[in-house]
Design a protein around this ligand. Structure first.
Ligand code: HEC
Ligand code: HEC
Ligand code: HEC
Length: 364
């Protein structure tokens, strides 16, 4: 029936593929351009400048991420309440309530009840402090002292830019076991001495790189020296011996710095001029805030968290070495430059801002 068409077609060969490809490519480009104009550039970034121009010191972020607040903020705001300023003569928690954690006996009943309810919500333990024999009660007592100490004595870190502070919620976020806690990795072989090869492990401790995964315990528990840089091209000693850093030390420093940068959701230029990592004269203010942070975490682990090992049930201890769960930068920061994006969590809780047992309600 169509033989006339087949004949005509054979006599008039036409290349339909090339124009089809052209129309396709142009068409897709037009649609993509129209989508960008209508929907906006999905990968648009905004940069925070952290150092002098021309040094590459800025932290770029996707605008889409910046527009999305930390979901934890909503959770905190739902759990917080304003203190009831004491007028004098109120009953104290110590006389009116049972099983009051040490240090909180002097609070007025109103403020104690408020704080107890909040601590239960923040830790996700509905009967926290009810049972004096529970390990959670004993751990909770230590935690209260730890939080008061952080807010009072590490003010230079937790209120570095403005009043922010720390409550149980900063770490716990409504769960008995906070996210981003860590355990020891070494020794790998109990019988062997020397550098244990804690590399090539897919672990958040090495930011999923082949770098060593024992940086947190080396620097935040064992007080090892983080700096590795030497301006001499050849040092007199043997690297890795007699206090001279070796390649593995440098790798561990980088593992730690990667952990820190990821914990805060920033890059290296948030703190360093990357042409001179070693130079304390070319760093930002945040570098100093971090230095305080390192000292604070060392104290939290050594004074409060490590000694709790004997209280926890075995399932809470480290899977390999049975050590106590520990905190580091990410336990509070959770990927943000400031925990809860700088939300002031301490203003409503003067009870947790001082170790004195006498909260200052004058600001409320
Ligand atoms: C710096 C982070 C941090 C802060 C702030 C913090 N905690 Fe903890 N908390 C931890 C870590 C780490 C653990 C150990 C996790 C585990 O139990 O496995 C823990 C465990 C606990 C436990 C034991 C939970 C369980 O079932 O094992 C209780 C109870 C507790 N915290 C109460 C509190 C209270 C109350 C506050 C506020 C006054 C608080 N914590 C503030 C880090 C924190
Ligand atoms: C939040 C701030 C901060 C960020 C982000 C940061 N650093 Fe650091 N860095 C420091 C501080 C503080 C020290 C000094 C620590 C010490 O010696 O106690 C340091 C030390 C170092 C050193 C050792 C310098 C020496 O003297 O040998 C190197 C190398 C380094 N950082 C690289 C990096 C790299 C690479 C990144 C990005 C992956 C990074 N840092 C991200 C704050 C930061
Ligand atoms: C107990 C909770 C907690 C821990 C643990 C913690 N931080 Fe912080 N950090 C804070 C709070 C709260 C702020 C907000 C202070 C402000 O903005 O006023 C902060 C602020 C900072 C800042 C300043 C950010 C800015 O925008 O200027 C740096 C840098 C920082 N922390 C680094 C670290 C590092 C590195 C570690 C681990 C070694 C660490 N922090 C551990 C609570 C903590």
């Amino acid at each position: 029936m169509f033989s006339w068409f087949n004949k005509w077609n054979k006599e008039n060969p036409t290349d339909v593929e090339r124009p089809a490809i052209l129309v396709g490519v142009v068409g897709v480009a037009v649609i993509a351009a129209a989508a960008l104009v209508v929907l906006g550039q999905p990968y648009a970034t905004e940069s925070l400048q952290t150092g002098p121009r021309g040094t590459g010191m800025y932290v770029p972020k996707f605008k889409a991420d910046l527009g999305r607040p930390d979901p934890g903020i909503e959770g905190f705001l739902a759990s917080t309440s304003a203190p009831v300023a004491p007028q004098g003569g109120e009953q104290t928690a110590g006389s009116a309530r049972e099983n009051v954690p040490p240090g909180l006996e002097g609070l007025t009943v109103d403020n104690y009840d408020r704080l107890l309810a909040a601590m239960r919500e923040w830790t996700g333990i509905p009967d926290l402090f009810d049972d004096p024999d529970s390990y959670q009660t004993a751990v909770g007592h230590v935690m209260i002292g730890m939080v008061q100490n952080i807010n009072e004595n590490w003010d230079g870190h937790v209120n570095a830019n403005k009043q922010v502070g720390v409550t149980c919620y900063t770490c716990h976020r409504g769960e008995p076991v906070p996210s981003d806690i860590w355990f020891k990795q070494t020794p790998v072989v109990m019988a062997a001495e020397g550098w244990s090869a804690v590399q090539n492990r897919v672990s958040p401790l090495s930011s999923f790189t082949s770098l060593p995964s024992d940086a947190l315990e080396a620097y935040l528990l064992n007080y090892e020296v983080i700096g590795v840089h030497d301006l001499e091209s050849r040092v007199a000693g043997i690297p890795g011996r007699d206090g001279y850093p070796g390649i593995q030390h440098a790798e561990r420093t980088y593992a730690f710095m990667n952990y820190i940068a990821n914990s805060l959701g920033v890059n290296c230029t948030f703190c360093h001029n990357t042409r001179a990592f070693y130079d304390g004269a070319q760093v930002t203010l945040q570098w100093s805030t971090e230095t305080l942070g390192i000292q604070m975490v060392q104290e939290l682990n050594e004074t409060y968290l490590v000694p709790l090992a004997g209280l926890y049930p075995p399932e809470r201890l480290g899977p390999k070495l049975g050590d106590a769960p520990k905190a580091a930068c990410r336990t509070c920061h959770k990927g943000y430059q400031q925990p809860l994006q700088g939300t002031n969590v301490i203003a409503d809780w003067p009870e947790l801002a001082t170790t004195s047992g006498e909260p200052d309600y004058s600001g409320n």
